[in-house]
Design a protein around this ligand. Structure first.
Ligand code: DOR
Length: 423
C-alpha cells in the first residue's frame, strides 16, 4: 500500500497553524502534495474525523526482554497504534536491564517490524543498581535515544551528573529523563495520607517525589545541564519546576493522564490496577497537574504504560506498581483538558506530539508535506473503556469502566495503516 488519500478530513497541524477541512495525501510513507490517484490509491472517507500528527509517548515499559508474559515489543506497539501513538520511548527496566549494547540492538532489531517507532532508553547504572556506571558511549553507538534508570532514581548523584554531562555533549545530545524519588522514603503502596491510613497500608509521601525533583533541578541548575522530569504527580514538584523554569533552568517535564483524571480516592476500592509509582494523589495535586499543563510548566503528557498480569494484580497489597495507558491516553487527556476547556485540541497535540518530538530530538509533531506520514485520526465520541477490548497483552487499566469523550479511529505509521477501528 503505497498511496493514501484521506478525503474531507479536518487537518490539525498546530505547528504549521493548519486547522482546515481538506484532503490529506500520503505517498511512499510521507505526507505528500496532492497527486492523481490511481487504482492502487486507498481512499479513506475522513468526514467527521480529525487528522493530527501521530502521538509520541515519552514513557513506556515494553517488558521485552524478560517479561514478555506482560507485554512484548510487538504487542506494546499494537497498543500504541490503537492509541494513536506512532513513536514511543521504551524504558530500561527490562530483564536484563538495557545496560549493554546487545540489549539495545535486540530491542531495535525486534522493533523493525513493529507498528510504532521504538526509541530505546539506556540505563545510567548497571542493572539499574544505582552504583556502577554503564558505558554510555557504547550504548549510544548501539542506538539509544535517551538515558534513565527509570523505575528507580539514580542513587549515586555523581553518576547522575556524569550521565547528564555526557548526554549533553554536542555529538550525543540526548535527553536524560529522571524518575524522581528519594529511596529512603519510597516503598509505600499508595499516597501517604488519609487514604493510606484508612487502608492500613504504608504510604508513599509526596516528599519522596519532591526530594527527588529538588535534587534533579539542583543538578540541572548548578551544572547548566538539561533534565527531563518524569511522571510529575505532586503540586509541590510542579511548583518547583515552574520556579526553576522561571530562573532559566533547562528543565522539561511530563505528567500522565491518570494524574489528571483520578485521585487516591480510587484506592479505597482496594483494586491494584489503581496502584502505580508515583501514586494517585489528592484532588489538590490533580488540579495542580492540570494548571501546570495549562501554564506550560509541564510540557508533555506521557503514559508510564506499565503492563502487569492479572495474576500479579490480583493481590492489592503485594501487586507490583503500574498501569497501562497508551490506548486511553489521548481519550483521557482530551476528556479532562479539551472537554474541560483547559486546552484547545491543538494545544493537546502539542503536549502529546510536538513537545515530545522536541524533547526526544526526533521527527514528528507535524503534518508538513515531505515529513514521515505518522498520523492519528480521531473524533469526538463517547466510549466506555473495556479492558478486554484493549490490544496489548495486559489489562491493568485504571480507566476501566470510565466513559471518555474522544476516540482514536485510525493510526498511520510511516504511511502504513497500523490501526483501523473499522477493520
Ligand atoms: O508504576 C510504576 N511502574 N512506576 C515505575 O516507576 C515503574 C513501573 C513499572 O515498570 O512497572
Amino acid at each position: 500500500m503505497n498511496q493514501l488519500m484521506i478525503r474531507d478530513v479536518r487537518i490539525l497541524d498546530p505547528v504549521n497553524e493548519v486547522d482546515r477541512i481538506g484532503t490529506l495525501w500520503i505517498r511512499e510513507g510521507r505526507i505528500a502534495e496532492a497527486f492523481e490517484p490511481d487504482g492502487d490509491t486507498v481512499v479513506i472517507d475522513g468526514a467527521g474525523l480529525t487528522a493530527a500528527p501521530g502521538l509520541i509517548d515519552l514513557h513506556v515499559h515494553l517488558r521485552d526482554p524478560g517479561q514478555t508474559e506482560k507485554e512484548d515489543i510487538l504487542s506494546g506497539c499494537r497498543a500504541a497504534a490503537a492509541g494513536g501513538v506512532t513513536q514511543l520511548l521504551a524504558m530500561p527496566n527490562t530483564r536484563p536491564a538495557v545496560d549493554t549494547p546487545e540489549t539495545v540492538r535486540y530491542i531495535l532489531e525486534k522493533a523493525k517490524n513493529a507498528d510504532a517507532r521504538v526509541h530505546v532508553v539506556g540505563a545510567i547504572t548497571k542493572g539499574l543498581g544505582g552504583h556502577e556506571a554503564t558505558d554510555i558511549g557504547a550504548l549510544y553507538e548501539a542506538g539509544i535515544a535517551a538515558l534513565s534508570d527509570d523505575g528507580v532514581p539514580v542513587l549515586d548523584t555523581s553518576i547522575m551528573v556524569a550521565a547528564m554531562q555526557k548526554a549533553a555533549e554536542a555529538e550525543m545530545d540526548i535527553p536524560v529523563t529522571a524518575h524522581c524519588e528519594d529511596p529512603y522514603l519510597a516503598g509505600g503502596k499508595v499516597n501517604e495520607g488519609a487514604v493510606s491510613r484508612s487502608l492500613g497500608v504504608k504510604g508513599m509521601p509526596c516528599a519522596a517525589e519532591d526530594a527527588g525533583t529538588a535534587r534533579e533541578l539542583a543538578l540541572a541548575e548548578s551544572y547548566h545541564l538539561p533534565i527531563h522530569i518524569c511522571h510529575v504527580s505532586t503540586a509541590t514538584s510542579a511548583a518547583m519546576i515552574r520556579a526553576a523554569k522561571q530562573r532559566g533552568v533547562r528543565v522539561t517535564a511530563e505528567t500522565a493522564p491518570h494524574y489528571l483524571m483520578l485521585t487516591e480516592q480510587e484506592l479505597l476500592r482496594r483494586d491494584a490496577d489503581f496502584r502505580m509509582n508515583p501514586p494517585l494523589r489528592t484532588e489538590t495535586d490533580r488540579l495542580a497537574m492540570i494548571e501546570a499543563l495549562r501554564d506550560g510548566t509541564i510540557d508533555a503528557i506521557a503514559t508510564d504504560h506499565a503492563p502487569h498480569t492479572p495474576q500479579e494484580k490480583a493481590d492489592f497489597v503485594h501487586a507490583p506498581n503500574g498501569s497501562i495507558g497508551m490506548e486511553t491516553s489521548f481519550a483521557a487527556a482530551y476528556t479532562v483538558l479539551v472537554e474541560g476547556n483547559i486546552l484547545t485540541e491543538g494545544e493537546l497535540i502539542r503536549k502529546m506530539s510536538v513537545h515530545p518530538a522536541r524533547i526526544l530530538r526526533t521527527y514528528g509533531g507535524t503534518l508538513a508535506v515531505g515529513t514521515p506520514a505518522d498520523v492519528m485520526l480521531y473524533r469526538k465520541e463517547a466510549w466506555t473503556v473495556d479492558p478486554q477490548k484493549l490490544h496489548g497483552k495486559s489489562r491493568n487499566t485504571p480507566f476501566k469502566g470510565l466513559t471518555l469523550a474522544a476516540k482514536v479511529k485510525m493510526t498511520i505509521y510511516g504511511g502504513r495503516i497500523v490501526f483501523d477501528e473499522w477493520r
